[in-house]
Design a protein around this ligand. Structure first.
Ligand SMILES: Cc1cc2nc3c(=O)[nH]c(=O)nc-3n(C[C@H](O)[C@H](O)[C@H](O)COP(=O)(O)O)c2cc1C
Length: 406
């Protein structure tokens, strides 16, 4: 959709819609929520079951997250990695979701400075030497030839995903992962052609987007997840984020943009808003790291008051300046918020925590049995990424479920 005009009629979010070459049964997408059930970086039955829940619960497309393009680009050693050994599992994953009548997106990425170099057993790569609080190690400054190698890794990873049958490829350009850390004036302090103007900082991301589009056939959608504001002082924020979105639109390689914010490196709760589960985080870390986290966790992980649709003001600015399809994300729990997003001219909604908590929420909204999700934004699900991502809060008893979410 383009910016809203006077004669604009908002679409029905439950009616079929087109995303690039794809036909979706409705406008609901399950957002990327790293599943944490891929030991050895391979598909498991648990991973498939994880995605079957929201798919049977009504989303038109689910997003597998995330698929690293190289070993050092994994967040840690339990992260999926795109290589031939992963192909049979990925094919089975896609076929199973397709058999349920839903589409499959896969988030492709390189964690860069967010990677846990200690667990991966390989140094993490970043624009320069950056400290990772989770790994307790510094990243290595990526060289120009490694930038070309990583770009090729994206193209190769895309080909593998295409072979596995993915319908859509979501390129991770946010959260201070590798490509987004290049965009950040705070984290990119290079003295070469990859820093300085926004054009220079955006070059790596744009070259990757072009390489992915080039490697994907026309029947596969390519989208990107971009940061509106990484929430880090001196970091990436409007108006640069809107200017970057415009560059991506003008390059013409993408079928849609999904808008997010925050930094997995330096300000994770900005991504989510709500409580900061610092105690749970400290407990999940190795002893020494956990102690350090207890001391300094408040600085790394401040909390933010939760608001429904918390990225809306910044996302509206992007909507006003771009014509291309946009996916609205961040704090969607209510049907009214979905309808508001449609009235605002956004094309799709992506939902993370609300669907983690109630995988059948979309069906229930469509049936009219529930208009509001029960997620309380405690963000304890964040810590569950190391043991199988899920809502860890006890449901009020009984929460009625609608039909066969097996
Ligand atoms: C457990 C968990 C894991 C997540 N993993 C990813 C990820 O791998 N990639 C990503 O881009 N976003 C990830 N996110 C962020 C979500 O995609 C989404 O941006 C965020 O939860 C805000 O949307 P929501 O308010 O609908 O939850 C994760 C979120 C959660 C709760």
């Amino acid at each position: 959709m383009s910016p809203v005009t006077n004669d604009f009629t908002p679409p029905d979010p439950f009616a079929p819609a087109t995303l690039g070459p794809l036909s979706l049964k409705n406008r609901f997408i399950k957002a990327a929520t790293f599943e944490g059930v891929t030991p050895g970086g391979l598909v498991t039955q648990e991973l498939i079951d994880f995605h079957l829940r929201p798919v049977r619960g009504g989303v038109a497309m689910t997003t597998l997250a995330y698929l690293a393009v190289a070993p050092e680009g994994r967040t840690d050693d339990g992260c999926m990695w795109l290589r031939p050994a992963a192909l049979p599992g990925l094919k089975k994953f896609v076929d199973t979701i397709h058999a349920e009548g839903a589409l499959v997106a896969g988030q492709i990425g390189h964690a860069g400075p967010v990677a846990n170099a200690k667990k991966n057993g390989v140094p993490s790569l970043a624009p320069g030497k950056l400290f990772s609080p989770v790994a307790g190690k510094f990243s290595k400054a990526i060289t120009s030839s490694e930038i070309e190698r990583v770009t090729d890794d994206y193209a190769n990873g895309t080909r593998l995903m295409v072979e596995a049958g993915f319908d859509s490829i979501e390129i991770h350009l946010a959260h201070n992962y590798l490509l987004s850390s290049f965009l950040s004036p705070k984290f990119n302090k290079r003295k070469d052609e990859w820093n300085g103007s926004l054009e220079n900082r955006a070059r790596f991301a744009r070259q990757v987007v072009a390489a992915v589009r080039d490697a994907a056939p026309a029947n596969v959608a390519v989208t990107a997840k971009i940061s509106l504001n990484d929430g880090v002082p001196g970091g990436f924020k409007p108006p640069e984020s809107t200017a970057f979105a415009k560059m991506l639109q003008d390059d013409g390689h993408l079928d849609a943009l999904e808008m997010t914010g925050g930094s997995s490196l330096a300000n994770p709760i900005y991504l989510f808003k709500g409580d900061a589960p610092r105690d749970e985080f400290a407990k999940a870390l190795p002893k020494v790291m956990g102690f350090g986290f207890k001391l300094f966790g408040k600085k790394f992980m401040p909390s933010y008051p939760f608001e429904e649709a918390y990225f809306r003001p910044m996302a509206l600015d992007v909507r006003a300046q771009l014509d291309m399809p946009l996916i609205f994300l961040g704090g969607i729990n209510n049907l009214a918020t979905v309808q508001q997003a449609m009235s605002d001219g956004f094309d799709f909604v992506a939902m993370g925590r609300a669907v983690l908590r109630e995988p059948d929420l979309i069906n229930r909204m469509q049936e009219g049995t529930q208009t509001e999700g029960n997620c309380v934004h405690c963000n304890k699900c964040m810590v569950s990424i190391w043991s199988g991502s899920r809502c860890v809060v006890d449901f009020p008893n009984p929460i009625v479920t609608s039909g066969p979410v097996r």
